[in-house]
Ligand binder design. Sequence first.
Ligand code: HPA
Length: 248
Amino acid sequence: MVLGSGLGEFADQLKNRVEIPYSAIPHFPRSTIEGHVGQLVIGSSSGVSVAAMQGRFHYYEGYAMEQVTFPIRVFGLLGIKSLVLTNATGGINLKFKPGALMLMTDHINFMGVNPLRGANNEDFGPRFPDMSEVYSKRLLSLARREAKRLRISLEEGVYVAVGGPSFETPAEIRAFRSLGGDAVGMSTVPEALVARHMGLEVLGISMISNAAAGVLNQPLDHREVLAMGRRVGGTLTRLLQSLVPKLA
Ligand code: HPA
């Protein structure tokens, strides 16, 4: 599980927790962003073993794509079967209210880079991996079912990944909307691509932390993203808790 900006709470309630700072894990970079704790938490939830990253590595921090996605390779080699990726996003879809949770049904990679570029390691997966179902239909229906049971309302949509670190311009957001994007963020897609390369099942959950640039007549601020994480984090945690035993 990768817990995004302000969304680290799930890891705090794991049973028999072991917390490992990224600085203590060979070849792991360190999180440099406020709101990202920067540790791997391993424990159990409803009897299922979970490895949860409190904070991830972003391309905009200056890391190579190999570094950004290194933890996913490690998780794959540890033998995980399902990967849950969470993130904070700006809402492009005008129907989405800040604070909403959105299941990622697909993505558009506007980062201009692909983590699978370079020599392919056949032990991980094929040179040209299929991406027609990045976000598992099986996990999507599990998530819908659990959300319904918990009376948590969920949006669904297409995540547009940008490199950042600048927020988008209003013209970029209009362009993304006309291309079919529903939410925009600066992460997740590299991890999802590497996970699919290794054949892992992926679920993506976005928190809409703010209306994307130009939607409201106000500037965007990272503090807004963190504040929304604190408000919505509990709901996401409940959803993840009820999902975990079903994933296994
Ligand atoms: N744009 C890009 N990334 C984001 C945003 C946004 O508006 N909000 C949170 N992450």
